[in-house]
Design a protein around this ligand. Structure first.
Ligand code: ADP
Length: 357
């Protein structure tokens, strides 16, 4: 549906986007995720036609649109600041894109009604934007975008100005809307949870390049680099050297069983990713025989702990000097491990992912 061929953007001597190949499939929900300044908005604005690329071509549905002006591209846009017209009521804001397309009055009435139904705002037609909450204003923004059935919808941090609860709620609504409409949707966010929750695929950006493009599962469980592992979710990254098949010798001298060392030569320096929730705490009676093949057993002293509701995070200082971040389902304070306690943990080789250093 959207294809970038060698698309890049420079401002003077500084590169906002290195030459990029990108293909967004029809009907797909693709998020552009990444830290501030990584090139997310540049990609979105190049698709929209608001920014002209320095090199390369862009095709929409098989048609080269590189020289087509924004309005003629037939895209829908949703902005972080809603961009509603303050002097117009909800009906007229949503009707606006239809009026400029010269659509008849009766069809406008019908289409606006449908769009407002989809975002749960029937009955709000006569309100002015200032008489509505942020969440409601963004629903108007979404209704105004879907009212003319664009084949591609672009959303630029649409929930960035809302508080967490409302963000969660609108995420659910956007997900449902995408499922119902089947429109291709490109969504910019710097919030990795939002990207993982919403998207069919996530395009993670770093320094004007694609760091990884894949399903949320692939980014989380099979990151291709330390940057991806670190940006998506929390991680332990243990330094070591490949020792042979599926084993890595850590700098502390211990040997770790890993999922696979394929693609990494024996003797090469690597980092091993272990997600903190994949580490299980063992009771005293569990430790015998726990160092079975395909699992890793370590013993350490609890450092700082933090209780974050359903989960508890703690640091486990190993006798070798390394520290692990561990995340477990919370128990009540009296039963929770406290700083200074000594305990054993284990994780499976399957949950140890080898990354190039
Ligand atoms: P993101 O959306 O990921 O925060 P952007 O795509 O907005 O990042 O920006 C990528 C890089 O391009 C940044 O370093 C930014 O400073 C630079 N940049 C963006 N727009 C302009 C501009 N109009 N002039 C100069 N530099 C720009």
């Amino acid at each position: 549906m959207i294809a970038f061929q060698g698309v890049s953007k420079s401002y003077g001597g500084s590169v906002a986007l290195h030459p990029t190949e990108l293909a967004v499939k029809k009907g797909e929900f693709l998020s552009l995720l990444g830290p501030s300044g990584s090139g997310k908005s540049t990609i979105l604005n190049i698709i929209a036609g608001a920014v002209a690329p320095s090199t390369g071509n862009i095709a929409l549905d098989g048609r080269d649109v590189s020289t087509v002006p924004p309005r003629a591209r037939g895209l829908g846009m949703v902005f972080q600041n809603y961009a509603l017209l303050p002097h117009l009521n909800v009906f007229d804001n949503v009707a606006f894109p239809l009026r400029i397309r010269g659509i008849s009055k009766s069809e406008i009435a019908q289409r606006v009604k449908n769009a407002l139904e989809r975002v749960g705002l029937v009955g709000y037609e006569n309100r002015k934007p200032r008489e509505m909450s942020g969440g409601q204003q963004q629903r108007v923004g979404i209704a105004r975008c879907i009212v003319y059935s664009p084949s591609v919808i672009l959303m630029d941090e649409p929930l960035g100005a809302l508080d967490k609860k409302l963000r969660d709620q609108l995420q659910g609504e956007i997900k449902r809307l995408h499922r119902d409409l089947g429109t291709t949707l490109v969504y910019v966010t710097h919030d990795q949870e939002e990207a993982l929750n919403l998207s069919d695929r996530v395009c993670l950006m770093n320094g004007g390049r694609i760091a990884q493009l894949g399903t949320p599962d692939e980014l989380y469980f099979e990151p291709v680099s330390e940057f991806v592992a670190d940006f998506v979710g929390e991680s332990n990254l243990l330094e070591g050297v490949v020792q042979g098949d599926n084993a890595v010798r850590l700098t502390d001298g211990t040997t770790l069983q890993v999922r696979s060392t394929e693609g990494h030569a024996t003797g090469s320096a690597v980092k091993v990713l272990v997600r903190p929730e994949k580490i299980s705490v063992l009771g005293d009676s569990d430790t015998e025989g726990a160092s079975a093949a395909n699992s890793n057993l370590y013993r350490g002293t609890i450092g700082q702990t933090s209780f974050i509701g359903g989960m508890t995070r703690f640091e486990l200082k190993l006798s070798t000097g390394a520290a692990l971040l561990v995340k477990t389902i919370s128990s009540r304070a009296a039963e929770r491990a406290a700083p200074g306690d000594v305990l054993s943990v284990r994780w499976s080789a399957r949950d140890s992912v080898v990354l190039k250093k």
